[in-house]
Design a protein around this ligand. Structure first.
Ligand SMILES: [Zn+2]
Ligand SMILES: [Zn+2]
Length: 346
């Protein structure tokens, strides 16, 4: 099969011919029909992820058709249309037993712990636990765009933030994660304030349902601007970028007993950001993470997709070929991409 392979961190990947994968006993091989290009892939390629062993194939936001099924798999057949959370659970550890596969003790992550989906085929483990069936009406590119950003945002807003109608939600950073969070928070009835440094991205944020926007380069203080718009601070605030500044602002612009949710990754030199901890204590703030979403929670999100309450297809910026993904991956840190890029040609 064709696959995008890198043999050293930060060195340009190459499109190579490699042996087709075969399913493990509890897994399947999926013919990749679409796969998203994500900043997490860039982090992995640069060398920020200690799970990755070289040579490596990136890609974790995939949708496709089951090509081959391992002998122990009972729920799936060749030809089934599927996607998979980027954190797949083992099904046997205490976290999985409690239903929290997204923090499994023995995670399978395509594109990180194992070869991923920047390829014609990808091997997925523990298929009975982790695969999600795609509705016939959902196209592969949209399904892939759910990837990690949309589902992580869904978990952040719905399950972690427990956002309710009429609450103020601040979203810092309007890339794929941020736009997803805005759409989802708006769908559950919240008033969303979007913050970014790009007017183009803020225009998109408005199109996704933000009721107010703040260009961080044009105000003296992002925290003051959000506090004013929200009449005293956000109930829930998301750092969708993953940067010490957006993290600090997101916690600081909360009202009392508000919730900050960290969705953007904080790696390397950003891994220990400054936190306004005295405010966390005095205002009884909560700091939460969101790390993907379990396969068994996809149903709620799919129901909102099918009724048109959520339209992740609006987040797709452009579709590209596997060959073009190399350049897209290497430039993923430039932040000049609007919306989500999806590979649809293999
Ligand atoms: Zn587990
Ligand atoms: Zn991702």
């Amino acid at each position: 099969m064709k696959a995008v392979v890198y043999e050293a961190f930060s060195a340009p990947p190459r499109l190579q011919n490699v042996p087709d994968p075969t399913p493990v006993a509890h897994g399947v091989v999926v013919k990749v029909m679409a796969t998203g290009v994500c900043r997490s892939d860039w982090h992995g390629w640069v060398g920020h992820d200690t799970d990755i062993q070289l040579p490596h194939v990136p890609g974790h936001e995939l949708a496709g058709i089951i090509e081959a099924v391992g002998k122990d798999v009972t729920r799936w057949n060749s030809g089934d249309r599927v996607t998979v959370p980027f954190v797949a659970g083992c099904g046997a550890c205490p976290e999985c037993h409690s239903g929290n596969h997204q923090v499994c003790d023995h995670q399978f992550q395509p594109g990180f712990t194992h070869w991923g989906s920047f390829a014609q085929y990808v091997s997925i483990h523990k298929a009975d636990i982790n695969l999600v069936r795609l509705p016939e009406t959902l196209d592969f590119a949209t399904a892939a765009s759910l990837g990690c950003r949309f589902v992580t945002s869904f978990r952040a807003i719905v399950d972690q933030g427990k956002v309710t109608a009429g609450q103020w939600v601040a979203v810092h950073g309007c890339g794929g994660v941020g736009l997803s969070a805005i759409m989802i928070a708006n769908a559950v009835g919240a008033n969303v304030v979007a913050i970014d440094i790009s007017d183009d991205k803020l225009a998109l944020a408005k199109a996704m349902g933000a009721v107010a926007t703040v260009n961080a380069t044009k105000v003296a203080s992002v925290v003051e601007a959000v506090t004013e718009i929200t009449h005293g601070g956000a109930h829930v605030s998301v750092d969708a970028l993953g940067h010490p500044t957006t993290c600090f602002n997101s916690i600081s612009n909360l009202r009392k007993r508000g919730k900050h949710i960290q969705v953007g990754l904080m790696l390397a030199e950003n891994s220990t950001p400054a936190i306004p901890m005295s405010k966390v204590i005095a205002h009884e703030l909560e700091i939460l993470g969101s790390h993907g979403m379990q396969a068994h929670r996809y149903g709620a999100m799919m129901a909102m997709l099918q009724t048109g309450k959520l339209m992740p297809e609006k987040l797709i910026g452009k579709t590209i070929s596997l060959e073009q993904s190399i350049e897209a991956l290497m430039n993923m840190d430039k932040f000049d991409v609007t919306g989500v890029t999806v590979i649809t040609e293999f």
